[in-house]
Unconditional design. Structure first.
Lengths: 243, 243
DNA sequence: CGAAACGTTGACTTGTTTCAATAACTGTGG
DNA sequence: CCACAGTTATTGAAACAAGTCAACGTTTCG
């Protein structure tokens, strides 16, 4: 694998072009590579001294549990994303991190990050950009839950994942492979699993998207964008590259 | 006013005790103090090269607008909070910032922050903590919209604002002054203004909280905490002080 | 091959929205 | 200081989106 082919390198490359030396420093973060099985949480709500990770392969869900047992998935992570970065600084982690599939991830200590930044200062700006982008995605998700209908939410979500996956080369405009069950979608979108099923059926019957057997397939991309009111500028990934 | 009395100093002081020199550096951020009238937005969605601010007095709402004109308030800011910090780094601001009351705020440039961090490195950690805390609040808000009922949402919101205001000395366990209209509450909680009114009435009739004439008054604090399932650990402000 | 997880559908219930009308504030100019 | 306009609060009735319960089909995997 060439250096630039790591998902994180691809993603950061959309923000700023990275030199060979900078890619090298980035690669240094991928020592301590680990594998985790689906369903075994990496990070637990309330626990302290947790590590952060860079996800290399597979899908992950970050979620919170409520006293009554309900759960809300805050975001999914895909290759190239950070996991639990906030819990490095915080007194205790305020959320859980669960692999949706079998995953591969590199453990990252605060000191690793600082070392990399010293080697390649441009990297610090790029990572800060990635973190701000994560926050912007959480904000957009909040807007979905507060002000979009179930159908708009689903459409918006499927489109956001497409844009994010495209950035790391795992999707194109026709669709992508998606390992999420309808239960996971329900917990992310603030719906019941039954309603998720109905919404997906309706979107399919309207000829907009088909999500079946682990594959999301856009039948009418522009129609879906219109329905969702999807505007990808919050992902900040359409800019002309800085060089 | 003694140095430690600025709201930001009070807030950061809950994370780490600050020396006189550090308070001095923090104070340096309060040059360029400005006043803004209620309703005249400071930062606009889609605009670039925006400033960040530290809020010194008054309340502010950060929100996003949807194509159909609906709006979702992401968070309110109170004295001691940063405004639009994310839009310093980002290509264009992805949200609007509107003063709810007449406010006073100090404009902060990226270079000001870096200067202050150089003068007082402990400040960098404290600011990073504040930013992470902001993100944790957005996440908890998202959980509210996704998985809590209207009544739980309202209760949770009123309790969160109490905890935050206490940290800067603007509230106690009995209540606080709150300039938010029911329309603003509705746009924050993902409800209609009519339903906000009904929810407030019901909470009042249950003897839990009274929110009338600009004042939130807790009639049964513990009962409200129980109803909301409120657990303030995500605010990370209960820790024993680091010295 | 069987069990468990996941997906699908229908009938019914509920929380929240919408529409509509009226009352109570708030601030401003005469 | 009062009258008026605009905003904010309050309440009822009807409509609707999404949830719940329940049953059954389908896939996956050990």
């Amino acid at each position: 694998m060439r250096l630039a082919d790591s998902p994180l390198a691809r993603k950061l490359g959309a923000y700023v072009a990275l030199s060979e030396a900078e890619l090298e420093a980035l690669n240094g973060l991928h020592r301590r590579r680990r594998r985790f099985e689906a369903g075994r949480d990496l990070v637990l709500q309330g626990q302290s001294h947790q590590s952060a990770y860079i996800l290399a392969e597979g899908w992950v869900a970050s979620y919170k549990l409520l006293p009554d047992g309900a759960r809300q998935i805050v975001d999914f992570q895909i290759p190239g994303d950070f996991l639990g970065l906030r819990s490095i600084l915080f007194h205790a982690s305020d959320h859980n991190v669960e692999p949706v599939t079998r995953i591969e991830a590199s453990e990252v200590l605060a000191s690793d990050l600082l070392d990399a930044f010293q080697l390649a200062p441009k990297l610090a700006a790029a990572v800060l950009w990635a973190v701000s982008r994560d926050e912007a995605m959480v904000v957009e998700h909040l807007v979905s839950l507060g002000r979009r209908s179930a159908e708009e939410r689903m459409a918006h979500f499927l489109l956001e994942m497409d844009a994010r996956l495209q950035l790391v080369g795992l999707a194109d405009r026709t669709g992508y492979d998606c390992p999420l069950s309808q239960y996971l979608l329900a917990d992310a979108l603030g719906l019941s699993a039954v309603h998720v099923n109905r919404v997906l059926r309706h979107l399919r019957e309207q000829g907009l998207v088909t999500f079946q057997k682990g594959r999301v397939c856009f039948d009418d991309f522009d129609g879906l964008v219109a329905l969702a009111g999807f505007d990808a500028t919050y992902l900040d990934q359409e800019r002309p590259l800085l060089r």
